[in-house]
Design a protein. Structure first.
Length: 346
């Protein structure tokens, strides 16, 4: 079966990095056949100290430095130091479900013959707060994530790679290059757009799922979705065909929700239409909270509508912020075209 390089891009993850690394380093997989490479983005906490301490226990743990601090450059730094047959990306705050994870991942590559693997990324961590439970419920619903994505699916199948691919054979990097370091969010989706354009295959399997930790409060979730929105807008400028209707709905809705009210004061009937739409949106969120929150504590269901607000308006805020930045860039340099050089794998 293929050997595995695990790339862990981190910055200031001292709270969770040891737990994640121990789960990876104690896998039921031949130690000579896998390595874990931590790419540290100039952490200001104890992340590096934790990794160095673990290096004294595990000879296959490597530490490399990502001076650019970006998630995309961290991935690239790790990949350049990788020596195994396939590469899988695992974030520093993820939860590896069991000690057979790398065995299942290697076997999935061997049996599928795919160029890359996609995985589910649920948010059902152990001992979550009520807010985290609400985030997990909301994000797994069609109202809380792009319905074109398979990241909450449990069906093994070949899929388009854009929203799910996280593990790659080395052939992929030699074919399309590395991650675009113009991106600090959605760098994975942008990379997978190129995977798809190159005609490379992606096999989605629940066997290699990773559990992500949900954000713990409204502002953190709003900021996270803002980064996603910003990345999606930047992605649309580089790959216009990637812009789908589901990605446009939150930005367009927020323009209406925040802008139509004042216009209603001067345009007949517009104010009533605006109020009706806000009432309908509120009813949908409350209904979703009731449905998704059934069989859960009341405190969870009560938080779900506000979680949706953070998701929709956070995404829209980041999206329009990036649109404004791109427009300003083009006004200042109308002849400039965004066409970053691909970074080739060694």
């Amino acid at each position: 079966m293929p050997s595995v390089s695990v790339i862990v891009p981190v910055r200031n993850e001292s709270r969770s990095i040891e737990h994640t690394l121990r789960l990876l380093l104690t896998q039921d997989f031949p130690r000579d056949d896998f390595e874990v490479i931590v790419a540290d983005g100039v952490s200001t906490d104890d992340t590096v100290l934790v990794v160095r301490r673990l290096q004294s226990e595990f000879s296959n743990l490597k530490l490399v430095f990502n001076s650019e601090k970006l998630a995309s450059s961290g991935r690239n730094t790790g990949i350049r130091h990788a020596t195994k047959d396939v590469v899988v990306i695992v974030d520093g705050h993820c939860h590896v479900p069991d000690r057979d994870y790398l065995q299942k991942l290697s076997a999935a590559f061997a049996t599928s013959g795919a160029d890359c693997l996609g995985r589910p990324q649920p948010l059902d961590v152990e001992s979550p707060t009520r807010f985290q439970e609400a985030v997990s419920a909301a994000r797994s619903s069609r109202l809380g994530h792009n319905p074109d994505s398979d990241i909450y699916s449990n069906e093994a199948k070949f899929v388009p790679p854009q929203s799910t691919a996280v593990a790659y054979s080395r052939r992929v990097f030699h074919t399309i290059g590395l991650f675009d370091q113009e991106f600090d969010a959605c760098e994975d989706v942008e990379f997978n757009e190129r995977v798809h354009a190159a005609g490379l295959t992606c096999y989605f399997t629940p066997e290699v799922k990773i559990v992500y930790e949900p954000r713990g409060n409204f502002s953190a979730l709003f900021y996270q979705l803002g980064r996603y929105g910003k990345g999606r807008a930047k992605l649309a400028f580089k790959h216009p065909k990637s812009l789908s209707l589901p990605a446009l709905v939150p930005p367009l809705w927020t323009v209406w929700a925040l802008g139509a009210g004042p216009l209603g004061l001067v345009v007949p009937y517009l104010g009533w239409l605006w109020l009706t739409s806000l009432a309908l949106y509120t009813a949908v969120l409350l209904g979703a909270g009731a449905v998704l929150g059934r069989r859960k504590p009341l405190a969870v269901g009560a938080r779900i509508p506000m979680v949706f607000v953070a998701i929709h308006f956070g995404f829209a805020w980041g999206f329009w912020k990036e649109i404004a930045a791109q427009a300003q860039k083009r006004v200042k340099s109308p002849r400039s075209i965004h066409n970053p050089q691909s970074v080739r794998a060694s």
